[in-house]
Write a protein that binds this ligand. Structure first.
Ligand code: GLP
Length: 233
């Protein structure tokens, strides 16, 4: 793991952007993308850049179950708003929150990941150490799967919804095994709320209790943190 300390999210986005640009110049064709507030500045930089993604593919980590593509809270809309409408990819994949047969949909998503292996995966981290929506306790060998969101994740994500009761209780997420297949991984974390999860991710034992700790086993991971997120390292 390479730990990169930055002043703030803007500087972190620049560092992530420089790695992304270099990977694309060296042939990266598929980006693994994340939602949440953490990657927004990176997406802003990608939008403002002269990089062209029209020959590339993107595969997103996760989507809420029960939210349609039209729903303003869906991760589909988030990606459209922050990146895809301004910088379209050749194809962009997200799990379908309205899939009627979730089991077969997760298998289809695995097939997409098999066909288009992720060259560079962007990650945020939950306050409880989750990556994608892989909550503590998730087996390291999981592929794309249906997730029951934990209470603290529902609370943490409630800020994006009008009421906490509007937050979906389930999601479809790439699994931990799927995430680890990416050639390169960039995890960004900003703010005090992430400090405990970052300390356990970097210095703690590799354990299912802290899903991001599994990244210690990956050969090329960059952890970009501001001072607050790094404060317990
Ligand atoms: C959600 C997403 C994660 C994201 C996390 C942190 O749970 N599924 O991919 O990393 O939120 O969000 P934020 O970046 O807003 O702190």
């Amino acid at each position: 793991m390479k730990i990169i300390k930055v002043a703030d999210q803007i500087e972190g986005a620049q560092v992530a952007f420089d790695i992304l640009k270099e990977k694309i110049e060296n042939g990266a064709k598929t980006l693994g993308l994340a939602t949440g507030s953490t990657p927004i500045e990176l997406y802003n930089k990608m939008v403002a850049s002269d990089l062209d993604f029209s020959d590339m593919r993107s595969v997103n980590l996760d989507e809420y179950v029960g939210l349609s593509k039209e729903n303003s809270q869906s991760y589909y809309q988030f990606m459209k708003e922050h990146l895809f409408d301004k910088k379209p990819f050749k194809e962009s994949f997200l799990p379908d929150g309205m899939a009627t047969d979730i089991e077969s949909h997760t298998k289809e998503y695995d097939a997409i990941l098999e066909k288009y292996p992720v060259d560079l995966q962007i990650l945020g981290i939950g306050n409880n150490g989750h990556i994608g929506f892989n909550e503590p306790g998730t087996a390291f060998n999981t592929q794309t799967h249906l997730v029951d969101l934990q209470e603290n994740t529902i609370k943490a994500n409630a800020r994006f919804f009008e009421n906490e009761s509007d937050v979906p209780r389930q999601a479809i997420s790439m699994g931990i095994a799927s995430i680890l297949k990416a050639k390169t991984i960039i995890l960004m974390a900003y703010g005090q709320a992430k400090a405990d999860a970052i300390a356990k991710t970097v210095n703690g034992p590799v354990t299912k209790d802290v899903p991001a700790s599994v990244l210690q086993n990956h050969p090329e991971v960059y952890i970009i943190v501001d001072e607050e997120a790094a404060s317990e390292l």
